[in-house]
Write a protein that binds this ligand. Structure first.
Ligand code: ZN
Length: 149
């Protein structure tokens, strides 16, 4: 199996193309040379989010949140654990809805936290309210079944 995937760098947003089986090998970005996966969610603003949305072949698991939101604070450690456990099968992204109201509006985010799965620019799944790690894992199993853990 040597399907090539486009992986967007979490540091410089450079688009890297690498075989699926190399995802787990601590690959580095061809442009900025930093690690393509850090085991941590990536905070993105609108323009950066659009680049990842358009170019990533990995599912994007996105947490729409705000600093004043109590349930969002409950969601944060769950989301961080999921990123540590489930990368590089998916990219974990956080969007601050106060800083990026346009993004929240575009995807019809009402209550937060709101969890979304995007694939190839489209919404594949969504849930309002705190999601447990098992839910995030189920999404990755469903939307990235073939990718190495
Ligand atoms: Zn880079």
């Amino acid at each position: 199996m040597s399907e090539a995937l486009h992986v967007v760098c979490p540091h410089c947003d450079g688009v890297n193309r690498l075989p699926a089986e190399r995802l787990a090998e601590a690959a580095r970005c061809g442009r900025c040379k930093d690690a393509l996966f850090t085991g941590q969610p990536v905070a993105l603003d609108g323009p950066r989010f659009d680049k990842h949305l358009a170019k990533s072949d990995l599912p994007l698991i996105v947490d729409f949140w705000a600093a004043w939101c109590g349930p969002c604070r409950a969601m944060a450690p769950i989301f961080e654990r999921a990123a540590a456990a489930l990368e590089p099968r998916a990219r974990f992204i956080k969007v601050d809805v106060d800083a990026n109201p346009g993004l929240a509006q575009r995807f019809g985010v009402q209550g937060i936290p709101a969890l979304f799965v995007f694939q190839h620019g489209k919404v594949s799944a969504r849930q309002s309210g705190v999601a447990q790690e098992a839910q995030l894992r189920a999404w990755v199993d469903r939307f990235a079944p073939a990718l190495a853990a």
